[in-house]
Each structure stands twice: as structure tokens, then as C-alpha cells.
Write a protein that binds this ligand. Structure first.
Ligand code: AMP
Length: 377
């Protein structure tokens, strides 16, 4: 099978690694350069989409901010999964919020802002404090404002107005501030036959809006809630592939924060912690194969490596520690790779995270150090 992935980053790379044992070959479309590249070596294999679409058995995507004309061309080929409407829901918070409402899943109260009058109405409808998010192009907490009190209204409005004039189709989604206890996510797959397989929930720690630590957790009650919401959203979209739902946990009740119509950073732990990893299951789903088991095989955490291209040598010798580099050039804050760490018996994962805190730099890996500090208290 030949699968063309829109996007040529680490997610296409990891799909390529997971697809090889099943004889699934990946080529990647770099939306910026419009080159078709090899997802591991980045070697240029061609230019432009037409030929690549022709040669592919299946087309899929590794990110949601894809120009709509590209989505249309891919959809017209009849080979694109999940649908372009699923990708658009992930890339536009207005569509996403409407989808969540239509699917009947809990999410934060919101109001769409396009004018100054809308902003006043949003304040009335949603109330303060509120979180304001650009509808298009926002990720990892970028393009967001926090409105806590009336004195901030004019300054925030000036910034939001500037953001909206930069693009005609831009808008702001005002959301009630959710006093969550923690953030969790559910990654799962839906096959072409409608079969659904979800992984255990992951608890996610963000630092400055970016995921830094993600750990698979066992919570039967939350898992049930999450699976029910996952099923509602996936069925509403007639979704095929891996889909991620991010949630706020408010005292045991989950609210969906956002969806990602693709393999997700909070699912990277599945490479070592689950029977079948999310990358393989995405490929299985879009290629029309049976889904693989999503069973947890051992407790696992994922640690993002941000802005660094080296790690202490001793990590390679540590039992249950697996390093995944993305082959990228180093840039401040860039996702360069991740570390999966596994424990085989109760308490072992926690002890390994503490051992990692002893060798990893505190500024680069703050979440691991915070975990170790709270565990050792
Ligand atoms: P997002 O890009 O929507 O995932 O937002 C980035 C981060 O901002 C989330 O991971 C939360 O920590 C926080 N956040 C987003 N929306 C809200 C909200 N409505 N209430 C409280 N915190 C939020």
C-alpha cells in the first residue's frame, strides 16, 4: 500500500516507521515547499500533488492547518481519509465548537466574536474570567488571551482586532474559563467498518501552553465518559483514522477542550506502552485493515524534548527508557524528539521518572523535575 501524508513532520516520520512491517509505504507532501519528500530522510521525491495523488492508494494528513484548495483536490480523488470536514473541524475553532454541540458532548460555554459589539455580548454571555482564542491558526496556546477584569478589555480588543484584520476569515472564540483539576486526552481509532478502539486516557502536563509530559492512566469512570464522547464525535464525522480528544477534568467530569483529527503528541507513549501504537492504528484504519489492540502493556510516560538535540549518554543505558529523535534542526522551543519511559511493576514508572530528573536538565525538562519534586515530598 502507498500512503501519501499531507505534512512532512515527525508524525509522518513515525507513521513511516510504523507502516514498514505491514508493507505500507509513506511519502509526505511538504505543504510549504510543495515537494513530495521521503518522511525519514526528507529526500525530495517529486514536486506538486497531481502525480503523488495518482500514485497513492490512500491519502491522509498529519496536521489540520492545510489550505482548503489542497484538501478539495485530495478529497476529489476519493482516496482521502479522514474527510476534509474532519480536518477543517480541527483547524477552525468555530467549526469545532459547532461539531461538539451537534455531537452532544460537553464543552466550555462560548461565543464567536467578529466585531466590537460581539465582544461586549461575549462578555455578557460567557462572563469573566474568559479565554479568547483565535479561530484559525492557533496551536500550543498561541493566539490566545485571558480576560480577567474590565480594565483589560480595551487592550485585549486592540490585539484581537489586529489579529482579525490580518486575515479576512479570522474570528475569535470567547470561552468561559474552566477551573480544571487536570488535563487528559483520549486517543483512539475508528476503522472503515465503524469499529472503534480507544487507548487508555493520558494525563497531560503543559508548560507555557506546550505539552511536556504525558502519562497513560487507569481511571475506569473517566475512561467511560471519554470513550462515550469520542464515539459521539467520531460517529458524527463518520471518521476514519486516529482521532484525539483533549479534555478538562473538572472534579471528575470531563469537558472537551479541543479535537485533533490525526495522530497526537499525547499518544506517542503508545509506541512502547500499547500493544499497537497510534501510528500503526491510523494506517490500519485508513488502509481499510482491522484495527490492532489498544491494550496497555506497561505503564508509560512520554516526555517531550523541546529545543535540544542532545541528551546525556546514560539515558541510552537506562532500562525502560526509549529515545525517539525527529531528525530536525535545533531551534528554541521546537519539538525535537521525545522520550518514552516504561515501568513493569507498581511504582517503577514513578521511580524511573525520578531517576530521569537526576540526569535531565531542569530548564529543558521542567515537568519531569516538578513530578520528581512532588513524588519525593
Ligand atoms: P488550547 O490551545 O485550546 O489547547 O489551549 C491551551 C491551554 O490553555 C490548554 O491546554 C489549557 O491549559 C488552557 N485553556 C484553554 N482553554 C481554557 C479554558 N476555557 N479555561 C481554562 N484554561 C484553558
Amino acid at each position: 500500500m502507498q500512503v501519501l501524508v499531507l505534512g512532512a513532520g515527525q508524525l509522518a516520520r513515525m507513521m513511516s516507521l510504523a507502516g514498514a512491517p505491514l508493507n505500507i509505504e509513506i511519502s509526505a507532501y511538504d505543504v510549504g515547499s510543495q515537494n513530495i519528500v521521503h518522511p525519514l530522510t526528507q529526500a525530495v521525491l517529486g514536486h506538486g500533488l497531481d502525480n503523488a495523488i495518482e500514485q497513492a492508494d490512500v491519502i491522509t494528513a498529519e496536521f489540520e492547518h492545510i489550505p482548503h484548495d489542497i484538501l478539495e483536490v485530495c478529497e476529489q480523488s476519493g482516496k482521502f481519509l479522514p474527510s476534509s470536514s474532519a480536518i477543517k473541524a480541527g483547524g477552525d475553532r468555530r467549526i469545532e465548537k459547532q461539531l461538539l454541540d451537534d455531537a452532544g458532548v460537553r464543552n466550555a460555554k462560548y461565543f464567536v466574536i467578529q466585531s466590537r459589539e460581539d465582544f461586549d455580548q461575549a462578555i455578557e454571555h460567557v462572563g469573566m474570567p474568559m479565554v479568547l482564542k483565535s479561530a484559525l491558526g492557533g496551536y500550543d496556546g498561541k493566539g490566545q488571551w485571558r480576560l480577567k477584569e474590565a480594565s483589560q478589555v480595551e487592550t485585549i480588543w486592540a490585539e484581537m482586532a489586529e489579529c482579525m484584520t490580518a486575515s479576512d476569515s479570522q474570528a475569535i472564540v470567547a470561552e468561559e474559563f474552566v477551573p480544571f483539576k487536570r488535563e487528559v486526552s483520549l486517543v483512539g481509532a475508528r476503522g472503515q467498518d465503524g469499529a472503534i478502539a480507544v487507548y487508555p486516557l493520558a494525563e497531560n502536563v503543559h508548560t507555557n501552553g506546550v505539552l511536556t509530559l504525558s502519562t497513560a492512566i487507569a481511571d475506569i469512570e473517566l475512561q467511560q465518559q471519554a470513550k462515550q464522547m469520542f464515539t459521539a464525535v467520531a460517529q458524527k464525522l463518520n471518521y476514519v483514522g486516529v482521532l484525539a480528544l483533549e479534555f478538562f477534568d473538572v472534579d471528575g467530569t470531563l469537558l472537551v477542550n479541543e479535537i485533533a483529527p490525526r495522530v497526537h503528541n499525547s499518544g506517542h507513549w503508545t509506541q512502547q506502552g500499547a500493544e499497537t501504537c497510534q501510528f500503526e492504528n491510523h494506517l490500519r484504519a485508513v488502509c481499510g485493515l482491522a484495527l490492532g489492540s489498544t491494550k496497555l502493556i506497561r505503564e508509560t510516560s512520554m516526555i517531550n524534548i523541546l529545543g535540544e538535540d542532545t541528551l546525556p549518554d546514560e539515558l541510552l543505558a537506562m532500562d525502560g527508557v526509549h529515545i525517539h529523535w525527529y531528525g530536525k534542526e535545533k531551534r528554541t522551543g521546537r519539538k525535537m524528539g521525545h522520550i518514552n519511559v516504561c515501568g513493569d511493576y507498581s511504582g517503577e514508572l514513578q521511580r524511573k521518572l525520578c531517576a530521569l530528573a537526576d540526569v535531565l536538565d531542569k530548564d529543558t525538562f521542567p515537568a519531569v523535575h516538578e513530578f520528581a519534586a512532588s513524588f519525593n515530598q
